[in-house]
Design a protein around this ligand. Structure first.
Ligand code: ZN
Ligand code: ZN
Length: 284
C-alpha cells in the first residue's frame, strides 16, 4: 500500500463538481442558503473535506479509533474527496473488511479523482486476493498515466514469469519516468539483470541521447554504491589476477571462475544468475 496521506503534500486537485447540492448540505448540516452556491464556496467545501480527511487519518493512525475515523472519512467522501474514498478502502483493508466494500471505495475514488495512487493501491489489493487479471488492469491504468511504481510492478510481474521481453519493456518505461527511484527498484530485481538491461540501452543505436546519458549516470552510481555489484567487480579483479580459468560446474564452459559465499566457484555469468539463491553444490 502506498502513503494514504498523499493529499497533504500534493497540490490541490481542482474542486469537484457537485451533482447534488442537497446531498452535500444534508450530509454536512451546514445550513447553507437555498440559492446557488457560488464557486468560491465549492472550494471552501473541498478544503473542509481535506481537513476532515486529515483528521480522520489522525483518528485512525494515532488513536486507532476505527469508527470515528470511518465516520469522518465518510463525511469527506460525501464531499467528493477521492483521497478520503481511497483512505476508506485502506481503512477497511487494514481492519480485515469485506472485499466488496474495499473494492467499492477504491473504484469510487478512481472514478472521482482518476488518481494513480488509488489505481496502484487497488491493483495491489487485487494482487493480495489473487485476482491477477484485475491487478494487471489497474497497474496498466496507472502506468498509462505515467506512474513509474506501477510500471515497475508490471516489470516485476513479467520478470517473475520469466517473460524477459515484457520485463524489459516495462522496466525501461519506468526508468524513463522522472520520479523513478533506482535504489528502490534495484532491490526488487536481480541487480545484474538490471545492469545488463541498462548496458544494452546505452549500446542501442535507436535510443535517444538524453536517456542514454541518464543510464550512464545511473550505472556509474550503481557500480560505486551498490554492494552486490561492488563485490562482484572486486571478485573479478582478484580472480583475474589469480588467472582462475577453469570449467564452470554449472554451464561446463572453461572461463574465469569466481567464488560464492560458501567458497564454491562458478563462472562470472552463472554467478549473476545465483544472486540471492543457494549454492547449487552445497545448498548454502
Ligand atoms: Zn557457468
Ligand atoms: Zn557451495
Amino acid at each position: 500500500m502506498q502513503q494514504a496521506l498523499s493529499n497533504i503534500t500534493d497540490p490541490l486537485p481542482p474542486p469537484p463538481q457537485y451533482t447534488s447540492k442537497m446531498n452535500v448540505n444534508m450530509n454536512l448540516n451546514l445550513n447553507e442558503p437555498d440559492e446557488e452556491v457560488p464557486v468560491g464556496d465549492h472550494i471552501g467545501l473541498y478544503e473542509l473535506s481535506i481537513m476532515m480527511n486529515k483528521h480522520a487519518w489522525a483518528l485512525d493512525e494515532e488513536d486507532g479509533d476505527f469508527e470515528e475515523a470511518e465516520r469522518e472519512y465518510m463525511q469527506a467522501a460525501n464531499l467528493n474527496n477521492d483521497y478520503a474514498m481511497m483512505n476508506l478502502a485502506i481503512l477497511h483493508e487494514k481492519n480485515d473488511g469485506d472485499s466488496e466494500t474495499i473494492l467499492m471505495w477504491y473504484k469510487r475514488a478512481i472514478e472521482v479523482g482518476q488518481c494513480v495512487v488509488s489505481m496502484y493501491n487497488l491493483a495491489d489489493y487485487y494482487q493480495q486476493i489473487g485476482d491477477i487479471q484485475n491487478m494487471l488492469h489497474y497497474y496498466q491504468m496507472a502506468a498509462d498515466r505515467g506512474d513509474s511504481d506501477s510500471m515497475r510492478e508490471l516489470a516485476l510481474h513479467y520478470y517473475n514469469l520469466g517473460n524477459h521481453e515484457e520485463f524489459r519493456r516495462y522496466y525501461t518505461m519506468a526508468m524513463r519516468q522522472p520520479k523513478f527511484s533506482m535504489t528502490r527498484a534495484i532491490q526488487q530485481f536481480n541487480p545484474f539483470v538490471v545492469v545488463k538491461l541498462m548496458q544494452s540501452i546505452i549500446l542501442d543505436p535507436l535510443v535517444d541521447h538524453v536517456f542514454k546519458e541518464k543510464m550512464t549516470t545511473h550505472l556509474a552510481s550503481i557500480h560505486t554504491t551498490y554492494k552486490p555489484i561492488i563485490i562482484y567487480n572486486n571478485k573479478i579483479a582478484l580472480f583475474e589476477r589469480l588467472n582462475h580459468v577453469i570449467e564452470c560446474g554449472i554451464c561446463y564452459e572453461t572461463r574465469l571462475n569466481i567464488d560464492l559465499a560458501c567458497a564454491h566457484c562458478v563462472c562470472t555469468d552463472c554467478y549473476t544468475m545465483l544472486h540471492k539463491k543457494p549454492c547449487p553444490f552445497c545448498r548454502l
